[in-house]
Design a protein around this ligand. Structure first.
Ligand SMILES: [Zn+2]
Length: 225
């Protein structure tokens, strides 16, 4: 069932440690089937990324019932499913504790636009959501609240004291958001260790965003991949 999506979700999960976004078994990627939007492929809980095979992935419905699979789903499944239920345009949710971005989350701080890379990718600060209890829908509710507030322009939210939730219109787009957020956070952190970084004015950040999202790459399309 959903063989292509299983392969894609497995591939993206295995990329998390390769991109240095996760430690041990924490972090996960899920993906929604484009043809049957009520079906979601999720990672099994507590399996090492290097051991993951497409057949280990689980298919669940939007209420978390297992449709196919024998392993236990990721503990973050309830959060991801809440986001997918509330926001039909989202097809993938990625959660990591990637260290530089999570350092800002520990401070409860959004990441302001200091870099053209950031202006290009998101055009606005990377927001930080309020502290939310983990394990249920509370984290999902806060992620959705923040994403709606910024009209999904930045496809990633830091959650205070916790980590990063990145989303996308497909698995690859969510993975890109998770990787770019961490790259920005790392450079901003380095800048802050030697001084006070200079913010890019909002109108210039907006201009960078527009240029990047209309001219960059091989095909037209928005930043919300
Ligand atoms: Zn977490």
């Amino acid at each position: 069932m959903l063989d292509d999506l299983r392969k894609e979700v497995c591939w993206a999960n295995r990329r998390l440690p390769e991109l240095d976004l996760v430690a041990w078994t924490s972090g996960n990627v899920c993906g929604r089937d484009p043809r049957e939007p009520s079906l979601v492929v999720v990672k099994p809980s507590g399996v090492l990324f290097g051991d993951l095979r497409p057949e280990d992935m689980l298919v669940v419905d939007l209420d978390g019932r297992i449709v196919e699979g024998t392993l236990k789903p990721s503990v973050d499944t309830a959060t991801a499913l809440y986001v997918l239920r509330e926001m039909p345009e989202i097809r993938s949710v990625i959660h990591t504790h990637s260290r530089y971005a999570t350092a800002f989350a520990a401070l409860g701080q959004a990441i302001q636009v200091y870099l053209t890379e950031h202006g290009d990718a998101f055009g606005i600060p990377i927001p930080c959501g309020r502290y939310a209890k983990i394990g249920g829908i509370e984290v999902g509710q806060e992620v959705v609240r923040v994403l709606r507030e910024i009209k999904l322009q930045c496809p990633a939210v830091l959650m205070q004291n916790h980590g990063v939730f990145a989303v996308g219109a497909n698995v690859r787009g969510a993975l890109k958001a998770a990787a770019v957020v961490e790259d920005i956070a790392r450079t901003v952190h380095l800048a802050m260790t030697v001084g006070k970084p200079i913010p890019i004015p909002p109108e210039e950040a907006a201009r960078l965003y527009t240029v990047y999202h209309t001219k960059y790459g091989q095909k037209p399309g928005g930043g919300f991949e």
